[in-house]
Design a binder for this molecule. Sequence first.
Ligand code: SF4
Ligand code: SF4
Ligand code: SF4
Ligand code: FES
Length: 944
Amino acid sequence: MTLLKEHDLGTPARSSDAVVTIEVDGMPVTVPAGSSVMRAAALAGIDVPKLCATDSLEAFGSCRLCLVEIDGVRGTPASCTTPAAEGMRVSTQTPRLEKLRRGVMELYISDHPLDCLTCAANGDCELQDMAGAVGLRDVRYGYAGDNHLDAAKDETNPYFTFDPAKCIVCSRCVRACEETQGTFALTIEGRGFGSKVSPSGTNFFDSECVSCGACVQVCPTATLEEKSVISLGVPRRSVLTTCAYCGVGCSFKVELRGDEVVRMVPYKDGGANEGHSCVKGRFAWGYATHKDRVLSPMIRESIDQEWREVSWDEAIAYAATRLKAIQERYGVGAIGGITSSRCTDEEVFVVQKMVRAAFGNNNVDTCARVCHSPTGYGLKQTFGTSAGTQDFRSVDQADVIVVIGANPTDAHPVFASRMKRRLRNGAKLVVIDPRRIDLVRTPHVEASYHLQLQPGTNVAVMNAIAHVVVTEGLVDEAYVAERCEDDSFATWAAFVARPENSPEALAPNTGVPAGELRAAARLYAGGPNAAIYYGLGVTEHSQGSTMVMAMANLAMATGNVGREGVGVNPLRGQNNVQGSCDMGSFPHEFPGYRHVSDDGVRAIFEDAWGRALDNEPGLRIPNMFDAAVEGTFRGMFVQGEDVAQSDPNTKHVKAALAALDLLIVQDLFLNETAAFAHVFFPGTSFLEKDGTFINAERRINRVRPVMRPRNGKHEWQIVCELSTALGYAMHYDSTSQIMDEIAGTTPTFSGVSFDLLDKVGSVQWPCNEKAPLGTPVMHIGSFVRGKGHFVETPFVPTEERTNRRFPLILTTGRILSQYNVGAQTRRTENVRWHGEDVLEIHAFDAEERGITDGNWVTVASRVGETSLRARVSDRMPQGVVYTTFHFPESGANVVTTEHSDWATNCPEYKVTAVEVRARTREPLGGAAGADSHEGAATDVLVGR
Ligand code: SF4
Ligand code: SF4
Ligand code: SF4
Ligand code: FES
């Protein structure tokens, strides 16, 4: 159990090597120089009354409640805005101060509704607390004067209300929106008595507000209040856990009343989020109790039959019997499994163990195959380890930030807020993306350069940047000489220096003006601290792995790896995509990225598991689908993934699933994939799970259950029972035992245990004898592989070609309010912001096709077509269209092709040649099938 309310120290921490010692009410206290008197007092255990101050925001000094007396100082300074100075003697409680504070409180209360007993915040209101703290007994001004008590409520936001009658205009909300979130949606309008908080002259829903909840969290009254608190009451207890949406991995307090979740509050000491959140983690948790959840196991003989609810024993026995029958008939390799990046490390670990030890093969893969597998490959080749180099905090030290193929404000919002803060404080920004993402221009942030490249030309752009670095003498020679391989550097440098890799030579492919590219390259190389952050716009290409290596080359050549403020950082998509990869979900690797053919490594697992293990890599997901269509692969266990919606070329995926003799789906909902399943194991939501997630910065966070599994069993228990029924007994008493097994077999995790995580909060792997509290920044001093390895990265255009018939390029991405296939967020009020996928199209391309904003259009590629509404958007360059894939109705993957990364098979979601046609009327049933539209001759290289 976590404390419901964390101690608010009033003003933010200061980091300084210098310290000062002061005396507060006779208590000595030593604090870093620059700390406020208020914070020093709080650290000494003396909370000075306050209203406008809170320790997540810079001091503002408006409420005048925190006055103190300081020996030798005239008047009564505000303790929140007064820095502690060596030798200060401060008094916080004197008759004069008490009188002044009561006077301030009287003014506030005289213009405040006196409905404390029925107010939703009763017991959770700082105004109420402060009235008590200052000893208010009377309000001399009465309540009849001018007031704001009739101000109308704004209930437009689905998750919180704004009741201006209760507002004390402390401005915390406005500052939270600016400082913490970086959206600047709120202002204080008017002056003096007439001043009021306003979502920029409109209501919250129609404003720029992104519903992150930061303002609600800091509001000291019930003015901004969660609707769930209003309807359910103030929570009484809390449990600390981790958000189950994106790879930022925010820590939350789940606050409950009895067994009912009332709200999720971001945790101040959360290593990844430090008290901030986004709309998904903060508010979109209602899916966990949605009526669509399936809670009983179900089976059926064939997919044209109705589902039959059965007991757990029957479902598990049925699945095991059919899996065994397939293996007897078609061989050991005829079955396999897919692990989920939404599940915990422990749940993933047992699935890959079941596949290797009970199925007897290495046919296990994970959805990371379709997102960040090139990251694993590329960073391992160059640096020696398959993960990002930095912690999120490191961005505070960056001078130049390069964002490539990522849209952090939508996909990694809490990290984006941190990044924007750094940019407001002076760091420079380069965005490399075909689309004008929000970061390019957002309040008080403007990219120095937006290299609006043609989709599919990442590698060309990166080679051109490297060309500038090498040919203009911008290489960090000393760093390269000390930290990197001489030979591979020399080969690479000669390669990128070739004239064909110059910005001028590549501009016709990339569409990026050479002058701009040269300037951006100089900015990056000049740092002094330059950091690269990238997303799926890098990896989901036929050259995804090449591009990851190209970025790593550039970072090494400019000396930008191995300290704070630099690095190459994948912004991992799903909550536990890092963990699912770490846990041995790939068909060629055991946990910790060790190859299955390595006899020494295999011996570790054979000893631990008591089974001989296969030394041949198994099938990847696309190979499983191909083999299913061919008839050699017949049974599949899919843990918490909706491959029928998320994987490319839906027609092919569905054909593969339909060809299986047995498909077992473990999920919360009957998703698109379950339509092809014979066994359905109901899964558990994150509120029921007990284990760990690993975020994009390798941070291992605890996931703690707030309720028992609603389906009656934990997912790891189900997998253990299935394995046992298959003849390989697997049993754990608890998930901490699973983590102990991970630690015992995997050197990078050898120091990890639930005890450690409970004690220190979270650690970043490697966590072992050398680094008992983890490793925030990697490759300090030397690379994990020893010397940094450069790889030549020739630009090879994708085989996906535009032509007369498919003249546009479709690229895909995410939006803030929805998540991945939308299974969770579509079952929340988030649909109010984004109720359907739309196609963003440039005005010229739209006009040429007779399309206006809001029209239904058909998008056709060589493999299929779908229908959705058009949004004419100046974010798009001409020739490129964009959509999200959150809704099965529009099924963007009906049109994506099977082109994939040469090294990892990661699908090329980001480049599909399409044509867009206006529809005369709305389609009847969403995605309109998957007809072949083989193009005519005269294909054009993408990027020309
Ligand atoms: S809404 Fe809340 S936080 Fe904002 S000014 Fe009013 S009382 Fe302060
Ligand atoms: S919810 Fe977030 S974005 Fe919206 S007004 Fe509050 S702080 Fe700003
Ligand atoms: S940023 Fe990601 S982890 Fe954090 S609250 Fe939002 S969805 Fe959850
Ligand atoms: S808390 Fe210091 S002036 Fe408001």
